[in-house]
Design a protein around this ligand. Structure first.
Ligand code: J2J
Length: 541
């Protein structure tokens, strides 16, 4: 496995330390400092109005740490954390870290297939999950996991039934804490941008603390800021750009919404005087529409951040007049690099670009398919390295050789142009991931599931344009014999235990694929040809 200390070559590390980017701060360390400085300040308010102070979260996290240690977990071991937007997310996350353990974040939408993959890829020894959320019972998933892995420790937030209740470890007597190394891996985040199964992203305390500090500054956070966690808070965007952790960094408070819909979020904005939040483009469009009819007072909202997927300028222009706040575009990735439009940028920049990097030490290259630099201003494949961009995934299966250049640049898989003013414009993707309104669907993974069906001879998953999501997924299937009904195939995929957002939005059956005109056909060319053919057919009809 990739040793975190070896990630950045020594000369780069020295440069980032000398520049003051990297410090000795750790993630639970900075939170503890805030708790000591302002113990009584509210850190988190849940959707149902329970307020927890910095001191309370810190105390509970320390209890969780001793509870996990008493349960026989050892420093360095991994703990899979799959929680929705509830305060226990933070007591669990900081608690796991305080114990010297490494959290691995799963999204609430992930199901058995993904969870098993994360457990296997990380070697996690414990799983912290909710009882049920969004109509799904995670206890059943946990029991299934324990059938193969009887030693897996499971802690359930809420009604644990026959499993171990999280509240018990949350009320353990706080004990000795591990002293943490700022250069060590703080957690494993999930990749959305990479091809195939999700890769695990090792982020260190000091590289992440740097993004939190700078993101909080760029986004104008202060002790009076109230951030709404509307997207699932385990995702890198609402976690760190500046997200919940950047808000704690600034000493502000976080309000948690269980869903990003206007119905769930608007009353909370009014209740707690939310000043800033981050959403994906389809949610921003819904909010702008809903605000016209809403009776909720949204006047506290100063900044709406939009990121995760391309935000069309026409949609961007509707945000500020509808919501009476500043639009900030955010183009980031869990692997590292994050770009922001600045709050005082001219309107033209805020509407038409995805901003510029956090750090003057973020290095960006724009290249063609052969890694040759393209002329400045033309769209190219974006490669990047810097003080908070990983140099390797937590994997040793050959992924790293493909995902990084020999000089340590991360291949983002994005097609991006840099304007003369330094701002970036994202043109699309070059890797095989469909960005479904911010949710990343790795096509190969879904195709492999489709191919497992008896009645499927071959399947390609392509993106088709969608006015709401930007793009959605269409499975183009060659049946083996009589074609199954499309809804049946979708149901079958869902029941295999795949996250609902990965289930193809549409299924069409064909007799064969159009030829790409070259001898041996690559899957990528085939997808492009099928996608173009489907687009043409739709435009004609
Ligand atoms: C176009 N594509 C975008 C944007 C991300 C902040 C914000 C987002 C993420 C994120 C994040 C985009 N316009 N504004 O981690 O800290 C696409 C790109 C990118 C991929 C990364 C953060 N913002 N994207 O979305 O790891 O294709 O992170 O490479 O989930 O989302 O996805 P993910």
């Amino acid at each position: 496995m990739t040793e975190p200390r070896q990630q950045w070559p020594a000369d780069f590390g020295r440069r980032y330390l000398d520049a003051g980017h990297w410090t000795d701060q750790t993630l639970p360390g900075f939170f503890h400092e805030r708790a000591e400085a302002n113990p009584g300040r509210v850190a988190v308010r849940s959707a149902d109005g329970v307020a927890l102070t910095y001191e309370e979260i810190d105390r509970r996290a320390r209890a969780v740490a001793s509870g996990l240690r008493a349960a026989g977990l050892h420093p360095g071991e991994r703990v899979l954390l799959q929680l929705p937007n509830v305060p226990e997310f933070f007591t669990a996350m900081f608690g796991v870290m305080y114990a010297g353990l490494v959290p691995v974040y799963a999204l609430p939408a992930h199901r058995r297939m993904e969870v098993e993959h994360f457990v296997e890829a990380s070697g996690a020894r414990a799983y912290i999950c909710p009882d049920a959320h969004g109509g799904f019972d995670y206890r059943a998933l946990a029991r299934g996991l324990r059938e193969h892995l009887p030693d897996m420790r499971v802690f359930v937030v809420g009604d644990a039934e026959d499993l171990e209740p999280f509240d018990e470890i949350e009320s353990a007597p706080p004990g000795e804490l591990e002293s943490l190394d700022p250069a060590a891996v703080a957690f494993l985040q999930l990749s959305g941008g990479s091809t195939g199964l999700s890769k695990l992203i090792p982020r260190t305390h000091r590289d992440y603390a740097y993004t939190l500090r700078e993101s909080a500054r760029i986004c104008g956070l202060s002790e009076r800021s109230v951030y709404l966690g509307a997207l699932p808070i385990a995702h890198n965007f609402p976690m760190s750009s500046p997200g919940t952790l950047g808000t704690f960094y600034a000493g502000g408070s976080v309000t948690l919404s269980l869903a990003p819909s206007p119905d769930a979020a608007f009353p909370l904005i009014e209740r707690d005087g939310v000043t800033i939040t981050g959403v994906v483009p389809p949610v921003a469009i819904l909010w702008a529409r809903a605000s016209e009819r809403s009776s909720h007072d949204l006047s506290s909202l100063e900044v709406l951040q939009v990121g995760g997927a391309r935000f069309a300028p026409e949609a961007a222009r509707r945000i500020e007049p509808a919501l009476g706040c500043t639009l900030q575009q955010v183009y980031g990735m869990a692997e590292g690099l994050v770009n922001y439009t600045r709050l005082d940028d001219p309107e033209e920049v805020r509407m038409n670009t995805q901003g510029r990097p956090i750090s003057e030490d973020d290095e960006l290259r724009f290249v063609d398919a052969d890694d040759r630099d393209v002329p400045e201003g033309t769209p190219g494949h974006l490669l990047t390295r810097g003080p908070y961009t990983i140099r390797a995934y937590y994997a040793n299966d050959g992924t790293n050789e493909r995902a990084f250049t020999a000089e340590g640049f991360y291949r983002t898989g994005d097609l991006v142009a840099r304007r003369p003013d330094g701002n970036l414009v994202v043109h699309g993707r070059v890797s095989d991931v469909i960005n479904r309104g911010g949710e990343k669907v790795p096509v190969e993974e879904v195709e492999n599931h489709l191919l497992a069906h008896d009645a499927v001879l071959d399947a390609v998953l392509v993106a088709v344009p969608d006015s709401f999501l930007g793009e959605k997924t269409c499975a183009v299937v060659i049946p083996d014999g009589p074609a199954p009904a499309a809804p049946e195939l979708r149901k079958w995929i869902r029941e295999r235990g795949l996250a609902p957002y990965k289930v193809p939005d549409e299924v069409v059956f064909v007799e064969g694929y159009p030829s790409t005109g070259v001898g041996k056909v690559s899957r990528r060319e085939l997808r492009a040809t099928v996608r173009d053919r489907i687009r043409e057919e739709r435009e004609r009809s």
